[in-house]
Design a protein around this ligand. Structure first.
Ligand code: FE2
Length: 286
């Protein structure tokens, strides 16, 4: 296995999202507009309620999947499909917005730590206007492989014979949350044609011998797999990879389509209340 080197290191940019939540964005910034099939990666993490309490009130999405992984904290999700979900520490949520979803993501805590990731995964042209879908998994549902110096939570794809909870046939996404003890090594095959990244969020690590600092996205270069060694404090990171779609990407905020005309249609549908087939669940009286 040829270990994949770091092709690009993208430090996360601190930005304000939703109603004023501080997030750390790496994919979806000027340094890395996208990493086909991934459109955005936000890392949120704060012990300060002022940075998360405002939450993400009602907003639309069309054309892709949002995948949220909670590390700490409690958010309530509500959407135009009628789903009402509780996202708690260690749990994950997969929402295929497809032709349109309106949703809100609001903190259910007024103090303590809120920490997690939101990844946007693109949909192929043929599925962008398909029916939306929603799946939610509590922490206990996510397979965990614990060995002497490693702990791996399998969110999507497979590791050591365990299959993740999310199966995405279009992009075959691999999504692992890996914790390594000090100096421990981790290896995982990643098909040469798949694009991917490692994002260290605790401790520090080296990827194919190159430093992968905390809170920076390390884009995988050419090769067949990843080889990671934790530093003296150990390390915790997510490893994410997937098959590129190779289709044009036209993005306007929360709408990601293949052409400008499709974006204009999305904006017009949203303004006319036609983005989803169902009326907004946030209408008065609810
Ligand atoms: Fe959203």
């Amino acid at each position: 296995m040829t270990p994949r080197p770091i092709r690009q290191l993208v430090p996360a940019l601190e930005i304000s999202e939703g109603a004023g939540v501080t997030v750390h964005r790496s994919i979806g910034t000027p340094a890395l507009k996208n990493l086909d099939p991934f459109l955005m990666l936000d890392h949120f993490g704060s012990d300060n309620p002022d940075e998360y309490i405002a939450g993400f009130p009602e907003h639309p999405h069309r054309g892709f999947i949002t995948f949220t992984y909670m590390l700490d904290g409690h958010m309530e999700h509500r959407d135009s499909l009628g789903n009402r979900g509780d996202l708690k520490a260690g749990g994950a949520q997969w929402m295929k917005a497809a032709r349109g979803v309106l949703h809100s993501e609001m903190p259910q805590q007024s103090e303590g730590r809120m920490r997690g990731f939101q990844l946007w995964i693109n949909l192929p042209a043929a599925e962008k206007m398909s029916d939306p879908a929603y799946q939610e998994f509590a922490a206990a549902a996510i397979p965990e492989v614990v060995e002497a110096h490693t702990r791996v939570r399998v969110l999507a794809g497979s590791y050591a014979g365990r299959e993740g909870v999310i199966d995405d046939p279009a992009t075959s996404v691999l999504y692992l949350d890996v914790t390594l003890a000090a100096g421990a090594r981790f290896r995982q095959a990643v098909p040469a044609a798949h694009q991917g990244f490692v994002y260290v969020f605790e401790g520090d690590a080296a990827l194919a011998g190159q430093p992968a600092p905390r809170h920076a996205l390390a884009v995988l270069g050419a090769g067949e797999g990843v080889e990671i060694e934790a530093g003296r404090e150990g390390a915790r990171f997510i490893l994410v990879a997937g098959r590129p779609l190779g289709e044009p990407i036209v993005q306007h905020g929360p709408f990601v389509m293949n052409t400008r005309a499709e974006i204009e249609q999305a904006i017009a549908d949203y303004r006319a209340g036609r983005l989803t087939l169902a009326p907004s669940p946030f209408a008065k009286g609810d």
